[in-house]
Design a protein around this ligand. Structure first.
Ligand code: ADP
Length: 395
């Protein structure tokens, strides 16, 4: 173990995930998560050296603070305090204010809080976590790493919607893009794989998890991405609809659905789950499709078709494409889905290599296309490592 440990924190409104990471090796020395904060069944679990412990949190207490106290206790009891150099916080929305990881002071915390206008569910929860961590580790640098930051290099023609300029000026309505930390990481890893400098690498990164997005990376920079003003846009996802005709909202509203009901339809009841009427879990869908479930078959076909269409459209901003890079739970593991996507891209000459495709899963990286095909890679993402390294760089 090196002497450079970083505490990585992802604080949600009712949860807090953490990992004490070696910023050089990427190994998590201690990791854990708390859930159901604010409720009587709030609890926390963590792993030290592979050994799992679970604890119920006190009813009625400030669970974020209680979780942080537990983390401090774990670090102290494992004699790791001297090695801890920084705290890195995942922050969903950095708006146009933050284009890179940023050392947190009172002013920065105020700016993160102000961005709750754009991310009402996430940013206030991050602020709670940051405050608790600042109290627990007052002498350590605290660094915010934003999901949106990597996409701040998009040109205007990519990030503007074709709506009145007034809506952008008044409300900041534009494409921000998310999953930036993952797109950044896998595009860098792809450059290493290709033996090229990141600044000379052009890839399309395809993050397929429960949330899913693509990014066109030109010369190492994001030039377009499929998520938009919110993470609802772009691809069909586990339970999210992705791109739809915006007039559907007005139509449903006139049918009597409230704004909240429409939102719920598009965010929680749509995507793989909505189409299959079965599950949002890719594994379950693949099994059901094999057994002839029509809804599962259609959901997977739509999913692959839409990813392929986005990939094809991202050839436009790239003058040259070095590789398509799959990542995320589905991208890293689902052979059939990757194969379906590459089949949809046959016009460009893509062809999956069955053996290589079968080998690249459960954390294994590698090429999944034949020698005759343009290149597609699988690269497992590691957002926590990016947060740890970017926090360490500011310590
Ligand atoms: P999140 O966006 O919640 O971080 P993940 O990146 O963990 O999501 O991806 C979740 C998705 O990955 C689920 O649809 C799940 O079925 C799929 N997945 C995970 N492991 C496998 C696997 N071994 N084979 C196929 N799909 C998998």
């Amino acid at each position: 173990m090196s002497d450079a440990l970083v505490l990585v924190i992802n604080s949600g409104s009712s949860s807090l995930k953490f990992a004490l990471m070696d910023a050089q090796t990427g190994d998590a020395v201690i990791s854990g998560a708390g859930e159901c904060f604010g409720r009587d069944d709030a609890r926390m679990s963590w792993k030290v050296d592979g050994e799992k412990t679970e604890k119920t949190l006190s009813a009625g207490s400030n669970h974020h603070q209680e979780a942080m106290d537990i983390i401090v206790g774990l670090i102290e009891s494992n004699q790791l305090s001297d090695k801890l150099q920084a705290v890195g916080h995942r922050v969903v929305h950095g708006g146009e204010t933050f284009s890179q990881a940023t050392l947190i002071d009172d002013a920065v915390l105020g700016q993160i809080d102000a961005l709750k206008a754009l991310a009402p569910l996430h940013n206030p929860a991050h602020v709670v976590g940051i405050k608790a961590a600042r109290q627990a580790f007052p002498s350590l640098p605290q660094v915010a790493v934003f999901d949106t930051a990597f996409h701040q290099t998009m040109p205007e023609k990519a990030y503007h919607y074709a709506i009145s300029r007034q809506l952008y000026n008044d409300y900041g309505i534009r494409r921000y893009g998310f999953h930036g930390t993952s797109h950044y990481f896998v595009s860098r890893e792809a450059a290493k794989w290709l033996n090229q400098a990141p600044e000379q690498t052009n890839v399309i990164t395809v993050h397929l998890g429960n949330g899913a997005s693509l990014c066109a990376v030109k010369d190492g920079q994001s030039v377009d991405t499929s998520m938009g003003f919110t993470p609802l846009a772009g691809l069909m996802m586990g339970t999210r609809c992705g791109d739809i005709d915006p007039s559907i909202l007005e139509f449903l509203s006139k049918k009597g659905l409230s704004t909240d009901e429409i939102h719920h339809e598009l965010i929680d009841k749509a995507g793989l789950l909505g189409v299959s009427e079965l599950t949002n879990d890719c594994r379950g869908l693949v099994d059901a499709a094999e057994q002839g479930h029509k809804g599962a078959q259609l959901a997977l076909e739509m999913f692959a078709y839409r990813v392929a269409k986005y990939i094809a459209s991202y050839m436009v901003p790239l003058s040259r494409l070095d590789a398509i890079v799959f990542t995320g739970g589905i991208g890293e593991n689902s052979l059939p889905v990757r194969e379906m996507i590459l089949k949809e891209l046959a016009i460009f000459g893509y062809q999956a290599d069955a053996e290589a495709n079968a080998a690249a899963r459960f954390g294994a990286a590698g090429q999944i296309t034949t020698q005759a095909s343009p290149l597609a890679l699988v690269i497992p993402t590691n957002e926590e490592l990016v947060i740890a390294q970017q926090a360490m760089a500011m310590a």
